[in-house]
Design a protein around this ligand. Sequence first.
Ligand code: DC
Length: 226
Amino acid sequence: MQKLVIAIDGPSAAGKSTVGKMLAKKLNYIYIDTGAMYRAIALKLQRNDISLDDLSNIENILKHSTINFIRKNDELRIILDGEDVSPEIRTPLISKMASDASAVPIVRTCLVKMQQEMGEAGGVVMDGRDIGTVVFPGAECKFFLDASLDERARRRFKELQEQGLAVEFSQVRREMEQRDHNDSTRAHSPLRKAVDAISIDTTDLELEAVIQKMWDLIISRYGIRI
Ligand code: DC
C-alpha cells in the first residue's frame, strides 16, 4: 500500500481541518493540524511574556518545547509539554498572536522541521498555509481550499459562540480579514496556492460534497494502491 502525503492549504475557516480529519479517518492516516502548532507556541510565548522581537528567548522556548497530537474520545487534542492546551489555543487573542508569531522566521524554521519529521513516513493528511509549497513540496496530493470572507467569518463566529465566547460578528470578520492579510503578505512562506494544488471553493458546498470531490480525485489517481 502506498502511504501518501496529502497537503491541504488555505485561509482560516475554509474547511481544512474538518475535511482533513474526515479524509484521514477514511484513509486510516494520521492528521496534523499545523495551525494548532503555531497556536501552541504563541500560547507559550504569551504565558512566558516573551515579545516577538526577543529572538533569543523565542529560540530557547522552541528548543524546549514538545508538541504532540493525541486522539481522545474520537477528538484530536494538542499536547504542549505534556499539557492538553486544545481549548486555550482557540481564543481570538491566540488566533492573532499565532498569526504574528508565524511570521517570525525562527518559529517557522523550527515548526516546519517538526512537521517534516511528523510526516516523513507518509500516511499523513497535513493542513496549514505552506504545506504544499514549503513543508512537503513533493506531496503526492495537494489541495487548496478557499471560501468567501463572509462565509468563513460566519463559520468562525458559530464556532466561537459554541465555545460560549461572547463575540460580535463584525469583529470576527474584521479580525479574520486582518489575519488573511498578515498570513498572505508576510515575507516568509506566505499563504499561497502551490502551482500543482487542486483548488476547491467551499463557500456553497456541503462538507460531504467537499470530501467526495477530494476522495474521487485521490482514488482516480491512486486507486486501490492507498
Ligand atoms: O489554521 P489556523 O487558523 O489555526 O492557524 C493559526 C495561524 O498560524 C494562522 O494565522 C497562520 C499560521 N499558520 C502558518 O503560518 N502556517 C501553517 N502551516 C499553519 C498556520
